[in-house]
Design a protein around this ligand. Sequence first.
Ligand SMILES: [Zn+2]
Length: 229
Amino acid sequence: MMIRFLRAFVSLLYPELCTGCMRALYEHERLICTHCLYHLPVTNFHQDAANAASKQLWGRVHLKAVASYLYYVKGSSVQNMLRHLKYLNKPEIGYILGKYYAATLATSSFGGADFIVPVPLHPKKLKKRGYNQSEFFAKGLSEQFKLPIKSNNLIRHTRTESQTTKRRYERYENMKDIFEVVNPNAFTDKHIILVDDVLTTGATIEACANRLLEIPGVSISVLTLAFTK
Ligand SMILES: [Zn+2]
């Protein structure tokens, strides 16, 4: 009773804020307020195979399906949520949104995949941030879909090469060399959902997918939390 009272008192002084609109949250709300939740700018890309996100990757890599949950607009609640997800140590927002997203995808082809694989973060960034934000989004999807996550099989190398090699990496044909599959057999003949936070140019997704597609029988779908043009 006393603890409950103290907690209520503390939250009066320092209320938890919505990661979308920064307004104080009610006691039953978590990280995102009801208003923001009901006004999420959803893309509904999963209902249209020829959506803007899949078109972004057409002709670059062969993918089974591509969809993004939300439109990323500057100054919007989505930008704020992503800021909390990536830079303000609130990775749980990715988890929550992953769960909501997977619920809307229940009847789509995504639910029938074998594994969920988050795009690995650059080791330096991982060390600095302490977590991979895409992995939290993947966890939410995984829990709702009831599909396992495999996060240690696709790995990302650190660039410790000389300047010459570094310049070489910047050309696409070598970008997939940044990624490596530790145990390709684990992914043979599997349908993998590759998961990232934001789809912009699609270069990272393209590199990861092309690396994974070297494994016999693999098919790849892509889900991202947000889509930006
Ligand atoms: Zn809000």
